[in-house]
Design a protein. Structure first.
Length: 355
């Protein structure tokens, strides 16, 4: 559904909502300043029943037991090896737990949850077709007709979480996204007002600048540590869940094999590499671009998942057709992330002093 399709300059994204309305940079400024709203096109899955929070707590990465009505959080579904399979923004209204995810993931997430019900008193439904998700930032007026609102916890390290990035310089402190879930009639009424609207290109650029991970950055190998997702979506001291052993082992004793960086892309040739583009150093593949956009202040930027051992000061290259785009790195997850446990170092084999 594209509720703002009648607005002047509307250009649809692949998923339906507006990609932009003719001025992506201007729309970013309005959105970041709290003047505009953006239709996000997210999938919506609901879980009802008296066992809903304890059940979700037992099968996902976040501590959801005792989640108070109206409090927002985020959780991940991991496989047995700790790799990310699903991600959901979570808010409970006292009777229903609302899970907001990417549109393409709503049906698979609902199907997986349904397969895990067993004899518990829970009901799962994919209600994406009945609701519209609208985002806004701090300073924006409330959205009339909001059924439930999710407030992104990314601005700080959540209780039980862990931030690998430099907290003093973290741009996430300015990421104040709020997502209103609306019934279709309320969304149509919103579109009929004169409230400014932004497109998905605007919110994507702001997301990249805030180092905010999403399922768009995930591939078949991704573990949460690589994207600094322990910051908002993982509780390190809750009970067991699928993939928990890997989460604990990598965090306490090891290092994530890859890490996310922000790339400042050279825009001299007016070429913006697309997500999925290979990142190289001296002709060798060192990673993959997961997101890219043109930011209204920073210019062309992107997120990339690269080898842990990559020199943070190295200038990288990405090739689009025959155009080579250079990129400077900004460290998000440092090469030494992980290994937080205070484990005594043992002497190297053969390093024992002989008398």
């Amino acid at each position: 559904m594209a509720v703002f399709s009648a607005r002047a300059g509307f250009v649809a994204s692949d998923g339906g909502p507006a990609a932009h309305f003719g001025n992506p940079l201007g729309e970013q400024r309005l959105l970041a300043g709290g003047s505009a709203v953006v239709e996000l096109g997210l999938g919506v899955v609901t879980v009802t029943g008296p066992d809903r929070l304890s059940w979700l707590n037992s099968i996902t990465s976040q501590l959801l037991l005792g989640l108070a009505p109206g409090v927002s959080t985020e959780t991940l579904v991991l496989d047995q090896s700790g790799r990310v399979e699903h991600a959901a923004r979570v808010v409970d209204d006292g009777a229903t737990t609302w899970l907001l995810t990417e549109a393409a993931d709503a049906e698979p997430l609902a199907a997986w949850l349904s397969s895990m019900r067993f004899m518990l008193r829970v009901e799962v439904a994919d209600v994406s077709a009945s609701f519209v998700t609208v985002g806004s930032f701090a300073g924006s007026a409330p959205v009339d007709g909001t059924v439930v609102e999710w407030v992104d916890p990314w601005s700080t390290v959540t209780p039980g979480g862990w931030g690998y990035a430099d907290q003093e310089a973290h741009p996430g402190s300015e990421w104040t996204l709020r997502i209103a879930v609306l019934e279709s009639t309320a969304a149509v009424a919103l579109a009929a007002t004169d409230r400014p609207a932004a497109g998905l290109l605007a919110v994507e650029a702001l997301r990249i600048a805030a180092w905010r991970p999403s399922l768009a950055d995930v591939d078949e190998r991704t573990i949460p540590h690589e994207l600094d997702w322990l910051r908002s979506a993982v509780h390190l001291s809750k009970g067991c869940y699928r993939g928990q052993e890997t989460v604990a082992k990598v965090h306490n004793l090891g290092h994530p094999p890859r890490r996310v960086v922000m790339l400042h892309l050279d825009g001299s040739d007016a070429v913006l590499p697309a997500p999925g583009t290979t990142v190289t150093l001296d002709g060798k593949d060192v990673g993959r671009l997961t997101a890219s956009a043109v930011h209204h202040e920073l210019g062309p930027v992107g997120l990339a998942v690269v080898k842990r051992s990559l020199d943070p000061a190295a200038v990288l290259t990405l090739t689009v057709d025959d155009v080579v785009v250079t990129a400077a790195q900004e460290t998000i997850v440092p090469p030494g992330a992980g290994a937080t446990a205070d484990v005594p170092r043992l002497p190297r084999l053969g390093a024992v002093r002989r008398s």
